[in-house]
Design a protein around this ligand. Structure first.
Ligand code: IFM
Length: 459
């Protein structure tokens, strides 16, 4: 990795939210405790060949048992916000019907622990761990799942709503739909692009129904988190003003529509972009439900989407609608996962989304990088590359603010090294190192750096 520019003082506006994010299946473990049901990720990771090294979330970071220590660590780092997800199968083991009080109790205790540490809980209701029983009835391709999601959202709010102000319905529905049902790289591992489009609509419907339920119950702030990426041509990666052909410009706008606008337009404009092929799964009145007002859009930014027109390029299972478009990685230094590091993509994205959807605030709900971290003999994790990564992306976020983006906060991905889905435990994203043999936690240099940035509201 080449060094990124790290010069000058950066100060964020008063009240800027600084925090970290995690997700239930990636950290909790305890998959069979206190009545938790099976999720699609339990099934998928137990299927040979689906996850690298045969890894599963069975134990993960054992956060279910260690949450008190983990919150103490967050307090030590000075986090102001912590975004975590609730595992639906802990609350309703079969995805519908009776509520499991023991499952809710875990999150009840976690919320209290956070509030005692003066950390605001940001609750995500769905971060990919659908109850297997619902998948057996069709999963997100079945319209009924959206209604079951709203019931579940109401049940969680009934228990936590007296203390939790910040609610997120879905995390990255594009990934749930297109990697889960399109190319099958994620659970439930189905490979049918038409089903993926259907699943995407039902995820959005579930978002709308849950938003309505949360509002009726008095929720103060509702966020939808999307995996948004700026779409650029190779020429634009390092030169935003690069001239591009009409065909390339069309490719850029089409992929923006198929990924970002696919989820944001229905919610914030009440209509799908024309590039998304719709079927009979969209019923009258759905878009009205889906477009119930929300307060924030969360952006998970890792790298840009780089595309150009190429008449010979076939459509990919994860990108139905993108025939004639070639995807390529950005020409930039990469993380340990081979993901190009392009901090300027974050500012471009935030500015564009703020202009396109001025009615909502924005939050960087995830941003971070995996590197090959090791604990040195002196007990330190010298992750200088991650420090440089965070520095550069926070500068980009600051730049977006200067250009008028309504950015309210930044949540680093992730608090802890954890189960990185199909990649297993090989990819370490944490600002805190986890030894998966002993479960020992070690704050990395990046964790110290981030803590310092929080205490100064900048760096
Ligand atoms: O680990 C994931 C997270 O669950 C969702 N957003 C992307 C992260 C890194 O791949």
């Amino acid at each position: 990795m080449t060094t990124m520019e790290t010069r000058g003082t950066v100060v964020f506006p008063e009240g800027f939210v600084w925090g970290a994010a995690t997700a239930a299946y990636q950290i909790e473990g305890a998959v069979r405790e206190d009545g938790r049901g099976t999720s699609i990720w339990d099934t998928f990771s137990a299927t040979p060949g689906k996850v690298a090294n045969g890894d599963t979330g069975e134990i993960a970071c054992d956060h279910y048992h260690r949450y008190r220590d983990d919150v103490a660590l967050m307090r030590e780092l000075g986090l102001r916000a912590y975004r975590f997800s609730v595992a639906w199968p802990r609350i309703q083991p079969d995805g519908s019907g009776p509520i499991n009080p023991a499952g809710l109790s875990f999150y009840d205790k976690l919320v209290d622990e956070l509030l005692n540490a003066e950390i605001s809980p940001y609750v995500t209701l769905y971060h990919w761990d659908l109850p297997q029983a619902l998948e057996d009835r069709g999963g997100w391709t079945d319209r009924d799942t959206a209604y079951r999601f709203a019931d579940y959202a109401r049940a969680v709010h009934d228990r936590l709503g007296d203390r939790v102000e910040h609610w997120t319905t879905l995390n990255e529905p594009w990934i749930s739909a297109y990697l889960g049902y399109g190319n099958g790289v994620h659970a439930p591992g189905r490979k049918d692009p038409a089903e993926a489009v259907r699943a995407a609509h039902h995820l959005l419907l579930g978002h709308g129904l849950a938003t309505r339920a949360l509002r009726e119950a008095g929720a103060q702030e509702i966020m939808l988190v999307v995996s948004a990426a700026p779409v650029l041509t190779p020429a634009q990666v390092n030169d935003p003003d690069a001239e591009i052909s009409e065909a390339d410009a069309e490719a850029v706008e089409r992929v923006h529509a198929l990924s970002n606008a696919h989820f944001l337009d229905p919610v914030l404009r009440g209509a799908y972009p024309s590039a998304v092929a719709l079927g009979d799964h969209v019923l009258d009145g759905d878009l009205e439900i889906i477009s119930a007002p929300i307060d924030l859009v969360g952006i998970n930014y890792y790298n840009p989407c780089v595309v150009e027109a190429d008449a010979d390029a076939p459509a990919d299972a994860a990108w139905p609608g993108a025939a004639g478009i070639r995807f390529s990685p950005a020409d930039a230094p990469t993380t340990a996962m081979g993901w190009p590091i392009v901090p300027s993509g974050l500012s471009r994205l935030l500015v564009r989304l703020s202009q396109d959807y001025p009615q909502v605030g924005l939050m960087v709900a995830e941003n971070g990088a995996a590197f090959e971290d090791t604990v040195s003999e002196d007990g330190r994790v010298r992750d200088a590359e991650r420090v440089a990564y965070l520095d550069a992306h926070l500068r980009a976020a600051h730049q977006a603010l200067a250009e008028g983006a309504d950015l309210r906060g930044y949540l680093v991905w992730s608090l802890l090294d954890n189960f990185e889905w199909a990649w297993g435990y090989r990819c370490r994203f944490g600002i805190v190192h986890v030894d998966f043999e002993t479960q020992a936690r070690t704050v990395k240099d990046s964790g110290r750096w981030y803590s310092d940035a929080i205490s100064h509201n900048g760096f």
